[in-house]
Design a protein around this ligand. Structure first.
Ligand SMILES: NC(=O)c1ccc[n+]([C@@H]2O[C@H](COP(=O)([O-])OP(=O)(O)OC[C@H]3O[C@@H](n4cnc5c(N)ncnc54)[C@H](OP(=O)(O)O)[C@@H]3O)[C@@H](O)[C@H]2O)c1
Length: 358
C-alpha cells in the first residue's frame, strides 16, 4: 500500500470481459489509488474506446502493452487466457508484489493435473503449492497470508459453495455426487469463437467439454480437501443462449435418509457470517444474482438424496467480484467494500441483510 493508504492496482488482461467488471468495481472502491491496465491487441487504445459504455462512470485510462509491464503497482490482478500468466506471475511475486489470478493457471495443486487437463507443462511448481485457493466465502482470515491468490473458476464457485458444507458434515453418507451446470456465453471470454456466434447460440442449448472440462479437477480437488474419499463425482457443462450467468444443480445420492431441516441447518450455519451467500426457500433464478456478487443457493432433500441448486454471475461472483472480495479480505477491509449495489441501482432484486427467506 502507498503512503496515502491507497492501493495502486495493475490489471493484466484488463481489456477483457472479466477485466471490464473488475474496472467497474475498483473504480468505485474507496481505497483504490492508481489503476494500470495492460493488454495485448488493445494496447495503445484508451479503455473508454474499448468499453464506451463505461463513459461517465470512470476516468479514461490508456491501455499499456503487456510487453512493457512495470512493477509500480502494489497489487496485480491477472485475467489472461490460460497458460499466459506463467509468463508474468513468478516475476511479479519475485518483485514482492501481491497477485490475485482470475485465470486458472494456479488453481490446481499439481503439475500432473495441468498436463492432464490443461495440456501444458507447469513451470512454477513452488507457487502452485504455496498459493491459496481463494474461495472467499469459505476461507478463514488466517488463510489470507499468501502473496498469490488463485481466484476460483465460475463453475467451481457456484458448485462448491453449497456442496462443501454437505461433504464436510455428511461425507460418510454419500454414495455419489453428480453436477449438471449451465453457463452463458460470456464464460468463454471475448475472443472470436465461431461456435459461439449469435446465429449458433440464439435459441439453442448444448452440452460441451464432456469429461474434459478443466473445472472438474478443481472441484474434485476441493471436495477431497474437505473429506470426500473414493466417491464417484461427475460433472457436465452446458451452454445457454444468454450472455451471463452460471446455474449449477448437484445431486447427492445417500446411504441413509437425512432430513430437510438437518441439511438446511448445516448450510445456514456454515454461511451465517458470509454476506454474499443467500440461502433461498425456492430454487434460485439467474436474474436474482446477475450484476451482483451474491451466490444464491437452495437445498431440497428427497428419499436418500439431496439436490442443491445455485446461481451466480460468472463475471462477478465467478471472477471479478470474488477477486475484489479476496482483495478486501487480504487487506482486512470489510469484505463487502465496493461490492454491494447502492440502494438506488438495484431496487427490486437486492434484499439487504436477508440470509433466509421467511
Ligand atoms: N469469462 C468468465 O466468465 C470467466 C470467469 C472466471 C474466470 N475467467 C478466466 O479469466 C481469464 C480472462 O477471461 P476473460 O473472459 O476476461 O477473457 P477475454 O475477454 O478473452 O480477455 C482476455 C484478456 O487477456 C488479454 N490477452 C489475450 N491474449 C493474450 C496473450 N496472448 N498475452 C497477453 N494478453 C492476452 C486480452 O487483451 P486484448 O484484448 O488486448 O487482446 C484481454 O485483456 C481467463 O483465464 C478465464 O478462464 C473467466
Amino acid at each position: 500500500m502507498n503512503t496515502q493508504n491507497k492501493i495502486n492496482i495493475g490489471i493484466i488482461g484488463g481489456s477483457g470481459y472479466t477485466g471490464k467488471e473488475l474496472l467497474k468495481i475498483l473504480f468505485n472502491h474507496p481505497v483504490i489509488g492508481t489503476i494500470d491496465i495492460y493488454a495485448q491487441s488493445s494496447a495503445g487504445n484508451s479503455i473508454l474506446d474499448i468499453f464506451p459504455e463505461l463513459n461517465g462512470s470512470m476516468d479514461d485510462i490508456q491501455i499499456k502493452s503487456i510487453n512493457n509491464l512495470d512493477y509500480a503497482a502494489d497489487l496485480f490482478f491477472t485475467a489472461l487466457p490460460h497458460g499466459e500468466t506463467l509468463n508474468y506471475i513468478p516475476r511479479l511475486i519475485a518483485e514482492g508484489k501481491t497477485v490475485i489470478d482470475i485465470g486458472g493457471d494456479y488453481r490446481l495443486s499439481s503439475s500432473e493435473l495441468y498436463k492432464q487437463w490443461y495440456g501444458f507443462e507447469h513451470t512454477s511448481y513452488e507457487l502452485l503449492k504455496s498459493k491459496v485457493y481463494g474461495l472467499a466465502d469459505v476461507l478463514k482470515d488466517s488463510d489470507y497470508n499468501h502473496d498469490l491468490i488463485a481466484n476460483p473458476g465460475c463453475y467451481p464457485t457456484a458448485t462448491l459453495i453449497p456442496l462443501i458444507p454437505i461433504v464436510e458434515q455428511f461425507s460418510e453418507e454419500i454414495i455419489s455426487i453428480s453436477t449438471v451446470a449451465y453457463s452463458g456465453v460470456s464464460g468463454a471470454g471475448k475472443s472470436l469463437k465461431p461456435d459461439l456466434l449469435f446465429a449458433e447460440m440464439f435459441g439453442n442449448v448444448k452440452a460441451y467439454n464432456l469429461n474434459k472440462h478443466r473445472h472438474e479437477p478443481e472441484i474434485v480437488q476441493v471436495l477431497q480437501s474437505v473429506g470426500l474419499r473414493n466417491k464417484p463425482y461427475s460433472f457436465s457443462t452446458h451452454l445457454l443462449p444468454i450472455t451471463t450467468g452460471i446455474y449449477s444443480t448437484t445431486t447427492i445420492h445417500l446411504e441413509n435418509e437425512l432430513s430437510q431441516n438437518e441439511v438446511e441447518t448445516t448450510i445456514i450455519e456454515k454461511y451465517s457470517s458470509s454476506p454474499f451467500v443467500r440461502i433461498r426457500k425456492t430454487p434460485p433464478e439467474l436474474k436474482w444474482v446477475l450484476g451482483t456478487n451474491f451466490c444464491d443457493i437452495h437445498v431440497s432433500v428427497g428419499p436418500k438424496r439431496i439436490i442443491l441448486t445455485s446461481a451466480i454471475d460468472n463475471l462477478i461472483k465467478g471472477a471479478a467480484g470474488q477477486a475484489v472480495q479476496n482483495m478486501n479480505r487480504l487487506y482486512s477491509f470489510d469484505q463487502t467494500t465496493g461490492l454491494l449495489p447502492s440502494r438506488n441501482s438495484i431496487p427490486l432484486l437486492y434484499e439487504e441483510n436477508v440470509k433466509t427467506e421467511q
